[in-house]
Design a protein around this ligand. Structure first.
Ligand SMILES: CC(=O)N[C@H]1[C@@H](OP(=O)(O)OP(=O)(O)OC[C@H]2O[C@@H](n3ccc(=O)[nH]c3=O)[C@H](O)[C@@H]2O)O[C@H](CO)[C@@H](O)[C@@H]1O
Ligand SMILES: C=C(OP(=O)(O)O)C(=O)O
Length: 420
């Protein structure tokens, strides 16, 4: 298993680019299953989760055609098997996103149930209930969701008890080909949901209200081909900014969108960082200053994202004062705390609340990545720690961060990958 070896090397300084957003690319790749013609998706990040999705689509008969500039053409009319096997779904929970498109386009889907994962139990009951409300027959048998519908799905009004990002995306995609109008209430407002809706619109879908908590979809009989570029990754961008702030450095992130990062930028401002915003770039400057600890509470967009929680825990570890971080989305998303404490952090954990008292210095140690963003927080901590840190099990990080060591090297970090 590969490891990252990181030696704290003073303030980060330099420029880096944001890749396409993983959490936008995954539903958009699944959405190509809805079309009868080739769809080209650009600005795809080079990530393990994208490879897994392409393998999944390949098993269904869809052969990806590689284009230039990280673009891939996929043709939903090539589908021969409406089946997502456990061996791929277990690698990536977002595989559940093929359920809505397969059912809406082909009337049948057998998709392995994703299990829980390190951060929580993560059920998909709201996805299944919504599809049933649209007329699907759903059985769970042998660990598989077996979904069928005779003819087209029917438009329905669906209220989500809990705001769910992939649940909203699955039903949004299914509704594009349903007969009649679907209304999704208490829908997720995340920028990645908006990006998916915009992609579907370029394929001929009729959608309004995306970006609000009520999305209205008028079903159409078919979707056509097109070209769509995935939005920049706001979580990757935020991770670079936090690393810059923790190290007392200056980092510019290009090819990004400040409007998707307001809650994160507000917290960085509170931590004492100076942030400059350009057309498609952001620059954070914390030179000569130590960050102040901040209080954070995760919640659905536009509030503070759970996918940035671990990185802010790491920031607080080296900040002045004490900060409280409350996780309200996932029940077990604090696996980084034990590892950060092994690096000399002072974090106490009670239920869904971490209280972090900043220390002057962290010290390098062997640590283990347990999930994607926990891994990112360990990298941030290692960059500002004294001595060497070995981050093990970095396959988690490769799910969501493109060329992480090359990008941090551009900022002056001492970081290298050791194949294992
Ligand atoms: C691929 C992708 O986009 N992943 C993101 C997506 O995950 P994902 O879409 O899986 O997360 P959800 O928004 O669905 O989860 C939010 C909460 O709803 C609960 N829930 C969800 C569905 C359901 O049917 N029943 C139910 O109870 C979950 O257990 C969780 O407590 O949104 C999360 C919350 O912003 C992010 O952390 C993930 O990075
Ligand atoms: C939790 C995440 O991803 P996933 O939903 O794919 O596990 C994440 O991106 O932080």
């Amino acid at each position: 298993m590969d490891k990252l070896i990181i030696t704290g090397n003073g303030p980060l300084d330099g420029e880096v680019w944001a890749s396409g957003a993983k959490n936008s690319a995954l539903p958009i790749l699944a959405a190509t299953l809805l079309a009868d013609e080739p769809v080209t998706i650009g600005n795809l990040p080079h990530l393990q989760d994208i490879t897994t999705t392409l393998e999944l689509l390949g098993r269904m008969g869809v052969e990806p055609v590689m284009g230039d500039k990280m673009s891939i053409q996929l043709d939903g009319s090539q589908v021969t098997h409406c089946h997502a096997p456990y061996e791929l779904v277990k690698k990536m929970r977002a595989s559940i996103l093929v359920l809505g498109p397969l059912l809406a386009h082909f009337g049948t889907a057998d998709v392995s149930l994703p299990g829980g994962c390190a951060i929580g139990s993560r059920p998909v009951d709201l996805h299944l209930r919504g599809l049933e409300a649209m007329g699907a027959e759903i059985h769970v048998d042998g660990g598989y969701v077996q979904a069928r519908c005779a003819g087209r799905l029917k438009g329905a009004t669906i209220f989500f008890d809990t705001v769910t990002v992939t649940g909203t995306e699955n039903l949004l995609m299914a509704a594009t080909l349903a007969e009649g109008t679907t209304v999704l209430e208490n829908a997720a407002r995340e920028p990645e949901v908006v990006d998916l809706a915009e992609c579907l619109i370029t394929m001929g879908a009729r959608i309004r209200g995306h970006g609000t908590d009520t999305i209205v979809i008028e079903g159409v009989p078919r979707l056509h081909g097109g070209h769509y570029d995935v939005m920049p990754d706001r979580i990757e961008t935020g991770t670079f900014l936090v690393a810059a702030a923790a190290s007392g450095g200056r980092v510019r992130v290009r090819n990004t969108r400040a409007d998707t990062l307001e809650a994160v930028l507000a917290k960085l401002d509170e931590a004492g960082a100076r942030v400059e915003v350009g057309d498609d770039w952001l620059e954070l400057d914390m030179r000569g200053r130590r960050p102040r600890a901040v209080n954070v509470r995760t919640a659905p967009y536009p509030a503070f994202p759970t996918d940035m929680q671990a990185q802010f825990v790491a920031l607080n570890c080296v900040a002045e004062g004490a900060g409280t971080v409350v996780e309200t989305i996932f029940e077990n998303r604090f696996m980084h705390v034990q590892e950060l404490n092994r690096m000399g952090a002072r974090i106490s954990l009670e239920g869904n609340t971490a209280v972090i008292t900043g220390v002057d210095r962290l010290s390098g140690a062997p640590v283990m990545a347990t999930d994607l963003r926990a891994s990112a927080s360990l990298v941030v901590a290692a960059l500002v720690a004294d001595g060497e840190t070995q981050v093990d099990r970095i396959y988690h990080i490769d799910r969501g961060y493109e060329c992480i060591e090359e990008k941090f090297q551009l900022l002056g970090a001492k970081i290298r990958r050791v194949p294992g």
